[in-house]
Design a protein around this ligand. Sequence first.
Ligand code: FCB
Length: 490
Amino acid sequence: MPAQPNRRTVLQLGAGVAAAGVLAACTSDGSVTATPTPTAPGWLPPAEPMAFPAGFVWGAATSAFQVEGSTTADGRGPSIWDTFAATPGRISDGSTGDPAADHYRLWESDLDLIADLGLPAYRFSVAWPRIQPTGSGEVNQAGVDFYRRLVDGLLTRGIHPAITLYHWDLPQALQDDGGWTVRDTADRFGEYAAIMFEALKDVDATWLTINEPKTTAYVGHRWGAHAPGISDVDQAAAAIHHQLLGHGRAVQAFRASGAAGGIGIALNLLPVYPTSREADPAAVRTDAVENRMFLDPVLLGRYPSDALGSKPGQLPADGEAFEALVQDGDLEVISEPLDVLAVQYYGVTGVDDVGNQVEVYPTSAAVWQQVHPEGLYDLLMDLLIDYPDAPPLVITENGIPDPTSEGTTDDPERLEFLRAHLQQAARAIGDGVRLVGYYAWSLLDNFEWAEGMSQRWGLVHVDFETQERTPKASAEWYSSAVRANEVAPS
Ligand code: FCB
């Protein structure tokens, strides 16, 4: 693969002063230089509301396994998350994907709820094992029909569908054949995607191929904390390439289908802040592992040269084995032009000089989430500078869990989180970023993967005993912001 370090900024924290800093840039020879930036106090939001452009798309997001339940209904096959959740010790509270938020049965009233909140868009995912119970071959028409009804229900209510094709629920039969560690799965994904484009080709939807390939690779295959529960860094690297290849095959199938709407991929990106000048090189490599390993192949048609290896901050995978997986033409497929780049933003990380990711901002109840709204601005501006030819951006996930697992409808933390992040989004738009939409995570309290039902991310509270929905204070606030197309100061 070509050695092409691109310019990617990382912020260096001043000695303990979180917001001030020095921009460090990776130059073309791979060395890190420092560019002094103003040491003025951090940016402050204006006293007036910040307006969004006309036509800005506002929504909320869910994913199939997290909300649907009904995991054996209407011919659905088992997914890796059914298997994982059924394995003792994998899910913190022992819950499974049933009934989750029972959305498979309550979808109509959930669409009414979205309409009542005045949200112009809804992001959901299709469960592949409802469409092809074993991941290949025969189509299960009952599964297709469910999503057709859901999409028609959205259109009837004037709500734009954003449809994720893969949000982690791989058919178990494909996992039995190697899952994302084998190339065949990319081909199967392309076939499944083509089925969905054909079924919904008349719909002006925003299609997203793969949700967070990084999480599946690292959390699912390196750390084993998500399905399929593998702990092997080389399998993690293989899972990156095969997911991205599957993404590219789906984009090709989308173009061939002549379907209306547009297509992109949903990448979770992580601004990386070195904790000292000595940490700069490790931070640049961490940026490669966390961000450029996904952005570069998709947007530039090449993998970064500094992501894999044994230096501080790198993914300690076998680079030659990885290169051997990348066949001629793969990177052309992976970098098929997109209509939109979906960005998922939850927070930032610090990196020390030995490459450890460290806490530099306070975490939410999700220990991995260091909350730093200004990081969203940094990220969007970095994308503008580093990938000037990228398609328009849409934020497809951003949110925070309730502080405790009990659940509440009084959620000032989430309200302020949304406000602060939307202010940074508006600021970035003002500074030239082509950001066309924003989806809060999540519409509903739901099954939060390894945390089960014990971590609630919803704008809307769900009583898991009765399945009663109650909008939280943040939902009411978000609804007003959406209707006004602006974010008010606190
Ligand atoms: C993201 C996932 C989403 C949800 C949030 C909290 O990584 O895409 O399904 O779990 O985190």
